[in-house]
Write a new protein. Sequence first.
Length: 253
Amino acid sequence: MKFNDLDARLRVFETAHDHCALPGLYLVARLDGRGFTRLTKEVHPFEAPFDVRMRDYMAETTRHLLECGFRIVYGYTQSDEISLLLHPSEDSFGRKLRKYTSVLAGEASAKFSLLLGDIGVFDCRISQLPRRDNVVDYFRWRQEDAARNSLNAHCYWLLRKQGSSVAEATVQVKGQRTATKHDLLFAHGINYNELPAWQKRGLGLYWEEYPKAGLNPHTQEPVETMRRRLALNLELPLGDAYADFIRTLLPAD
């Protein structure tokens, strides 16, 4: 059998479910660390519940993803997850979803592993969002998830460090009202509202323009040009202010 015939006959099995995103849709890729609880609490015992080194590894991994060749408007990370907002006109690989998920998961896994000095693996999924308000709601959802998980983590690890077992600490935290959790922490000298914002809200990376002074090579006169760089925000706004912030990052319709 000729190669071309064999290739044509078998290629269909590889591409039969090669789904592409419709033009104009907002795509958000969410990456999650695989087995990161064990990786960061047992294999590499980072400080619990939050460690600046882990924060920085996730921030640098997110930065790498924004610079890896796709048009990415915004990167948000909290805990062991990363969310990336692709520009609606991003059309690499004909907008094939499997290409985005495989490349982004591979890039994130490689970068994080190099930073950690050990193997750290991410999976990736894509949300296809038709409207700007869907995008705003998505990132508010992830930030609210960060806040809930942060409060639970501080309570859980407080109890663990006081001698509670995994099961005991889990039971004591599960189902408690938010106010009760705040009171638990406050009774042990922790004012949750005064903890670093990045622990409660996550952190964001986005492109910003800035002026750069230079010289005209022909006239030697001083000139100012606009350049682009990635900004890291460790104190993201909250609630409606965060929604307004996300809207400023979205391209005009």
